[in-house]
Design a protein around this ligand. Sequence first.
Ligand SMILES: [Zn+2]
Ligand SMILES: [Zn+2]
Length: 189
Amino acid sequence: MKLDLTDLLKQRSDAVRFDYSFDPAHTDTECVGFPDDVTIPEGGIHVTGEAVDSFGCLMFRAHVTVSYETRCARCLDDIRREVSFDVERMILTEAAPEVSHLDDDGEWDGVTDDVLTVNEGKLIPDADLIEEASLAIPTFDLCEPDCPGLCPKCGKRLKDGDCGCREDKIVNPKFAILQTLLDRQKEEN
Ligand SMILES: [Zn+2]
Ligand SMILES: [Zn+2]
């Protein structure tokens, strides 16, 4: 979203409030750094906040809620989750080029770690917010904290009930191969 800060920059107002939703697929920014299996549905990133003039220093403050779809790391069920975080950035105006950050092509890339830059009166924080979202989303999620995972033998979801294959359940499908090897060894001895 392009936030119009003209009123703030011309000191006609001391705050510009915003409330909008977007998603990485509808921006020019690539959805890099997100865990595998994570998808953000249309409008999945909700941003509310304000750009304020705080004693002559322009600040961007936002509360961001990200809705995303992923899979349970144990039973592979599709799940929907939400994470929220706050973002605070200093806003640089074009009048401060000496602190600008140039990308490889020598062009101002508009984003540094803690700074957003106004371009022709507009602020576009979305690339920065996507990056923050990728850090906020956990590397794995579970459908429920004690999800028992899949049966290593028949692949059935153990939370749907006992499949009858074995007594001692294996919770992590990664260990299923190990268990198969152990079983095979037992059979051989
Ligand atoms: Zn699960
Ligand atoms: Zn089974």
